[in-house]
Design a protein around this ligand. Structure first.
Ligand SMILES: Nc1ncnc2c1ncn2[C@@H]1O[C@H](COP(=O)(O)OP(=O)(O)OP(=O)(O)O)[C@@H](O)[C@H]1O
Ligand SMILES: [Mg+2]
Length: 233
């Protein structure tokens, strides 16, 4: 098992948001986290990477506890995180955004700018453009590229398809599928059901800080009870 999230409870101040949430990711798996706005998808990811550490429960990475460790240490262990807001440096070029990520990376092996450009050809073409002038799709690809330069074994993607045009979403799906073929494990938090179901090996549905369903994409697709209860707005 790569990642085990074991009955974690996470709060913002006095308001608890995750109420004993558990899920796991095996090596090479793509796992979808589905659920409406505010159910705790982002908080789950932030808990894993130590940005909002859980106050109870355990998070284990290859069997060893990582909850309570600093974020940089968790990243160095192989957990890459692309937050919902992407955090591109607007004043730096695409190349400079990538260069910073590569320099910050612990290991020199693995991902390089050349490999990143092979996966995202658009980024090579616009490598001199400033981050603040990128389209939503270009920003998302740059954010993923930056995370890859840290040579993660697991990539946490928080709503990667949000706000992107359908054609861009289709490209992004193919790119994530390529990463999966290369053996990367991925957790996808999404509201876009088709996007998640087409990429995931397993999916979880969250509601109010708890897992309410775990199953295969085929068990969700066309299951109008489940979709109406937990997913439609
Ligand atoms: N910084 C914060 N301070 C206080 N409460 C927060 C904070 N961030 C999130 N919350 C609350 O925690 C709950 C879970 O939020 P979270 O962002 O994890 O949900 P989400 O499933 O990612 O939703 P979305 O689809 O909107 O991204 C919500 O009720 C939200 O209002
Ligand atoms: Mg969120």
């Amino acid at each position: 098992m790569l990642l085990e999230v074991d009955t974690i409870r996470t709060s913002y101040g006095i308001s608890e948001v995750l109420f004993g949430l558990s899920f796991h990711v095996a090596e090479g798996e793509v796992v979808g986290l589905l659920g409406r706005n505010g159910v705790g998808k982002s908080t789950t990811m932030r808990s894993i990477v130590g940005l909002t550490p859980p106050h109870a429960g355990e998070i284990r990475w290859r069997g060893k506890r990582i909850d309570g460790r600093p974020t940089y240490d968790i990243a160095r262990n192989g957990v890459g995180f692309v937050p919902e807001d992407r955090r591109i440096f607007p004043e730096l070029t695409v190349w400079e955004n990538l260069d910073i990520a590569r320099r910050a990376s612990a290991s020199g092996e693995g991902w390089t700018e050349a490999k990143v450009f092979a996966l995202f050809p658009d980024l090579e073409r616009i490598q001199g453009r400033k981050g603040g002038f990128l389209s939503g799709g270009q920003q998302q690809m740059l954010a993923i590229a930056r995370a890859l330069l840290g040579n993660p074994e697991l990539l946490l993607l928080d709503e990667p398809s949000e706000g992107l045009a359908p054609l861009v979403v289709a490209d992004l799906r193919d790119q994530i599928a390529t990463l999966k073929e290369q053996g990367l494990s991925v957790v996808l938090a999404e509201q876009n059901l088709d996007f998640v179901l087409s990429l995931s090996d397993r999916v979880y549905i969250l509601e109010r800080g708890e897992i309410r369903f775990e199953g295969m994409p085929g068990e969700v697709r066309g299951n109008s009870d489940l979709i109406e209860r937990y997913l439609t707005v």
